[in-house]
Design a protein around this ligand. Structure first.
Ligand code: AMP
Length: 299
């Protein structure tokens, strides 16, 4: 019989973690995994709380995965404070923090990659070539190392969520992918580790991202059905921020991420905007009232 684990254990070796989890799994405990890249904020912690509520054992991985960053991206300056992060996780009752080294994840001779297909081609895939290959590879490795029953991901990274769902299904990984809603600052800005790079002025300008998404949701609620009109209106709201440079603004099918021309059911608005050189992404489900409203009761 395995004993109830106490405290938060920090491990860097997957072998150590595997040994620790083996007995617990055998005794029927469910294992939840929350993959993160450090610099934890309330968005990450909401995933951890969901895992804590739904699983017996919670493992949080903390690993800044070099293979998902392109040349010239912010890998080198990505915030790292393992001590602060493990403090938050211990307060939330996390059982294991898995913080592997690069040598553990990518030992000499590593040479196999997960190449996501169509779902990864557009949007982030276009602006960050190779990004989803790095994400899918590291997430599959984490699944193999931890063997979770459930794994938690944020809707904040909507395309990533779909890429991981697809990969999990395509490779028959026996894990349930759980999506958690985007956590926002009081003014609407989606929480992100990258928000810390914004100057006070750019932080103020960054509000246009969520403002444009909310405005699109309101337009759809009041009858707008043209995706082109929605995109134009979102772009003009974003353009009110002096230093905003748009990578993309799109209204897409929420399952395929293909652009739609008219809103005939729930759609997803996606955007990526650079403000003062800091690249931010956000998204929102837009649901026409005839879909979201309960059907009128018969007379
Ligand atoms: P990251 O450390 O940025 O790789 O994020 C780790 C996980 O946290 C991913 O599943 C993200 O989608 C999720 N996440 C990041 N920001 C938020 C947020 N504001 N709300 C909800 N989930 C988030």
């Amino acid at each position: 019989m395995s004993t109830e684990p106490t405290g938060t254990h920090i491990v860097s070796r997957s072998h150590e973690l595997r040994v620790a989890l083996k007995g617990l799994r055998k005794s029927g405990r469910t294992i939840g995994l929350v993959p993160t890249m450090r610099a934890l904020h309330e968005g990450h912690l909401s995933l951890v709380r969901a895992a804590r509520a739904e699983c017996d054992i919670v493992v949080v991985s903390i690993y800044v995965n070099p293979t998902q960053f392109g040349r010239g991206e912010d890998f080198d300056r990505y915030p790292r404070d393992l001590e602060a992060d493990t403090g938050y996780l211990s307060d939330l009752g996390v059982n294991w923090v898995f913080a592997p080294t690069d040598a553990e994840m990518y030992p000499a001779g590593f040479d196999t990659w997960v190449q996501p297909g169509r779902i990864a081609e557009r949007w982030e895939g276009e602006f960050r070539p190779g990004h989803f290959r790095g994400v899918a590879t590291v997430v599959l490795k984490l699944f193999s190392m931890v063997g979770p029953d459930r794994a938690y991901f944020g809707e904040k990274d909507y395309q990533q969520l779909l890429v991981i769902r697809r990969m999990t299904e395509d490779f028959n990984v026996p894990v349930t992918i759980c999506a958690c809603p985007t956590v926002r600052e009081p003014d609407g800005l989606a929480m992100s580790s990258r928000n810390a790079y914004l100057s006070p002025e750019h932080r103020r300008q960054a509000r246009v991202l969520s403002q444009s998404l909310c405005s699109a949701a309101e337009s759809v609620a009041s009858g707008e059905r043209s995706a082109k009109n929605l995109v134009t209106a979102m772009r003009s709201i974003i353009a009110t921020a002096a230093d905003a440079v748009i990578d993309y603004v799109a209204v897409v099918d929420p399952n395929t991420l293909e652009p739609v021309s008219s809103v005939t059911g729930p759609v997803q608005a996606l955007l990526a905007v650079r403000i003062g050189g800091v690249r931010l992404i956000d998204n929102l489900r837009l649901t026409p009232p005839e879909v979201s409203a309960p059907a009128p009761s018969p007379e």
